[in-house]
Write a protein that binds this ligand. Structure first.
Ligand SMILES: Cc1cc2nc3c(=O)[nH]c(=O)nc-3n(C[C@H](O)[C@H](O)[C@H](O)COP(=O)(O)OP(=O)(O)OC[C@H]3O[C@@H](n4cnc5c(N)ncnc54)[C@H](O)[C@@H]3O)c2cc1C
Length: 465
C-alpha cells in the first residue's frame, strides 16, 4: 500500500495525468473488496482512503456467513482466519426469560466469524493492493470532478485523480454521496443506542448471544485473538437517563442476562465503553452518470442483525461484474441501473427485518411470542438462523413462520397484562404501515419500479463545482 503522492508528482496510467478506469473512495469492506475484484479483472484501479491506518471503527464485529461466502469465493477467507478470526459455532437466542441454544452447523449455515474491523479491513486492503490496485492511505477525497455532466474523477488533498467511474465506498457520511447529491429514501429512525465493551479472558459458554432482555437488545460474539464483545442497545426514548451514567447502566443491563454474566466473570475490560448515538436507516440513490455508491455510502440498516458487512461484500461482488461488463465495451449506465434495482430487491426485506428485530422500543409481547414459538417449534429458530447467516431463507419465511402460534401466545399475555394492549397495537400499526410502504416501493411493484428507469442527472450545484 502506498502513501498518497505529493502534489507535484505525476502518476501512472496516462502521461501528465493521474488517470484510472475506476477510483474507489474508502478502503474498508466495501472499497477494498470491490477494488480487488476490478483489479483482478485487469482494470486500473486507485483506492483513496482518508485515514493513514485502518484502525478500529464502530461495529459489533459479527461477520455473517453470506459475507464470508464472498470472501471464500475470492480466496481471501483463509487469510482472514489466519489473522485470528473466530468461527462462531454455538449460539444462544435470549428472548427475555426464554433461552434457546442452537448449534450453527456450517454445512447448513456457512461460516460466521467474530473479527475486529482493524484486523479484517487490513487483510482486505492488502489483497486489493496485491491484485494491483493503487491503494493510497492518508489520501482524503474532498469532492468529485465533473466533465460534461458526468463525474470524471475526484479531488484529493494531493491533487485530482481522473477516472471513468468513481465509487463512493466512503461510509455513512460519504463525501461522494454529498458531492453528487444522492437522495435518501425509505428512511427509518434509529431507535436505540448501541453501547459495547471488549473483554479479555472471557469464558463464554456460547460463541454468540443474540436477542433481547429487559428492553435492551443484545449481540455478543467471540472475536479474534481471544477477545469478546458485548453490545447492548438501549432504547432511544431513555437516552438521557442511560447516558447520565452510561457505565453503571451498561453493567446493570449486562447483569440481567445470565449468559453474559457467566461469560465475563473474571474477565478484564479492554478500552473504554463505546457507543454510537446518532444513526438512522436509509437507502440512497446509489448510481448516476460516472458514479456509484457501495456499502454504507449507499445503504445503512439497523446493525442489530450484523448484516452491514455481508451486504457490502455481496453487493460489491454483483457491482464488480456489472462494471467489468460496462467498462469493457458494454453499456455502463444500463449496468449501473440494473445493479441498483437488484440491490434494492435484495435488501428491502432484510432492512425491514433488521429494524423489527432490533426494535428496542417494541412491545415485549412480540418478542416473547417469538421466543416461545422458537422454543416450541425448532424449525422457526432454524429458519431465523438461515435468514441471518447464508440468507437463503427470506425474512418473510423466517419471521412469518408459525404466525398463528405467535398470535396465540400474544392473546393470553395481553389478557394477563392489560397495560400492554396499547403498546402492542401501536407497534403492530407501525410495523404493518412499514410493510405496506416497502411493498409498494419494491422494485417489482409497478409504483416502485419507476425509481429505476434512468440515471438521475447531477444536480446543478455539483455540475458547477
Ligand atoms: C454500532 C454498529 C455496529 C455494527 N455492527 C455490525 C456487525 O456486527 N456486523 C456487520 O456486518 N455490520 C455491522 N455494522 C455495519 C457495518 O459497520 C457497516 O455496514 C460497514 O462498516 C460498511 O462498510 P463500508 O466499507 O461501506 O464503510 P466503512 O466501514 O464506514 O468504511 C468507509 C471508509 O471510507 C473512508 N472515507 C470516508 N470518507 C472519506 C473521504 N472523504 N476520502 C477518503 N476516504 C474516506 C473511511 O475512512 C473508511 O475507512 C455496524 C454498524 C454500527 C454503526
Amino acid at each position: 500500500m502506498n502513501p498518497a503522492p505529493d502534489n507535484n508528482q505525476t502518476q501512472t496510467q496516462e502521461v501528465g495525468m493521474d488517470k484510472f478506469d475506476v477510483v474507489v473512495v474508502g478502503a474498508r469492506c466495501a472499497g477494498s473488496t470491490l477494488a480487488m475484484q476490478l483489479a483482478r479483472q485487469g482494470l486500473s484501479v486507485c483506492v483513496a482512503e482518508k485515514t493513514g491506518a485502518l484502525g478500529d471503527k464502530p461495529s459489533t464485529h459479527l461477520f455473517t456467513a453470506s459475507g464470508t461466502a464472498v470472501l471464500e469465493r475470492l480466496g481471501v477467507l483463509d487469510d482472514v482466519l489466519a489473522a485470528g478470526a473466530t468461527r462462531l459455532r454455538t449460539m444462544q437466542f435470549r428472548v427475555n426469560d426464554v433461552a434457546i441454544p442452537s448449534q450453527m452447523d456450517t454445512e447448513i449455515l456457512g461460516t460466521t466469524l467474530g473479527i475486529r474491523r482493524e484486523v479484517l479491513d487490513n487483510v482486505l486492503a492488502e489483497h486489493a493492493a496485491k491484485a494491483g490496485a493503487d491503494v493510497r492511505l492518508g489520501c482524503p477525497v474532498d469532492g468529485v470532478l465533473i466533465d460534461d455532466g458526468r463525474v470524471a474523477g475526484v479531488a484529493t488533498s494531493s491533487g485530482p485523480v481522473h477516472a471513468d467511474l468513481v465509487i463512493g465506498a466512503d461510509g455513512a457520511h460519504s463525501t461522494v454521496s454529498k458531492a453528487v447529491g444522492a437522495e435518501e429514501y425509505l428512511t427509518i429512525p434509529g431507535n436505540y443506542i448501541p453501547m459495547w465493551s471488549f473483554f479479555e479472558g472471557a469464558n463464554p459458554k456460547f460463541d454468540l448471544v443474540f436477542g433481547v432482555k429487559n428492553g435492551c437488545n443484545i449481540v455478543a460474539p467471540r472475536l479474534d485473538n481471544g477477545l469478546y464483545n458485548v453490545q447492548l442497545g438501549f432504547p432511544m426514548s431513555s437516552a438521557d437517563a442511560v447516558l447520565a451514567d452510561r457505565q453503571t447502566n451498561f453493567d446493570d443491563a449486562l447483569s440481567m442476562c445470565p449468559e453474559l454474566v457467566d461469560a465475563v466473570l473474571g474477565a478484564t475490560r479492554v478500552g473504554p465503553l463505546r457507543m454510537y448515538r446518532r444513526w438512522h436507516g436509509y437507502f440512497r440513490t446509489p448510481v448516476g452518470p460516472g458514479w456509484a455508491l457501495l456499502g454504507d455510502a449507499g445503504h445503512f440498516k439497523d446493525p442489530a442483525l450484523g448484516q452491514g458487512m455481508a451486504d457490502a461484500f455481496r453487493h460489491g461482488e454483483q457491482l464488480a461484474e456489472g462494471i467489468v461488463r460496462g467498462l469493457g465495451g458494454g453499456d455502463i449506465e444500463r449496468e449501473l441501473l440494473e445493479w441498483w434495482r437488484w440491490r434494492d430487491a435484495d435488501s428491502f426485506e432484510m432492512y425491514f427485518a433488521s429494524h423489527f428485530m432490533g426494535d428496542a422500543e417494541i412491545a415485549y409481547t412480540w418478542f416473547n411470542a417469538l421466543g416461545q414459538t422458537m422454543l416450541k417449534r425448532p424449525d422457526t429458530a432454524g429458519r431465523i438462523l438461515q435468514m441471518l447467516s447464508l440468507r437463503d431463507v427470506k425474512p418473510r419465511h423466517a419471521l412469518g413462520r408459525n404466525m398463528s402460534l405467535k398470535t396465540a401466545y400474544i392473546a393470553p399475555r395481553l389478557i394477563k397484562d392489560m397495560s400492554q394492549i396499547v403498546p402492542t397495537m401501536l407497534s403492530l400499526d407501525l410495523h404493518l404501515t412499514r410493510i405496506l410502504r416497502f411493498a409498494t416501493a419494491y422494485p417489482g411493484h409497478p409504483l416502485g419500479a419507476r425509481r429505476y428507469r434512468r440515471l438521475r442527472k447531477l444536480p446543478k450545484e455539483a455540475t458547477r463545482a
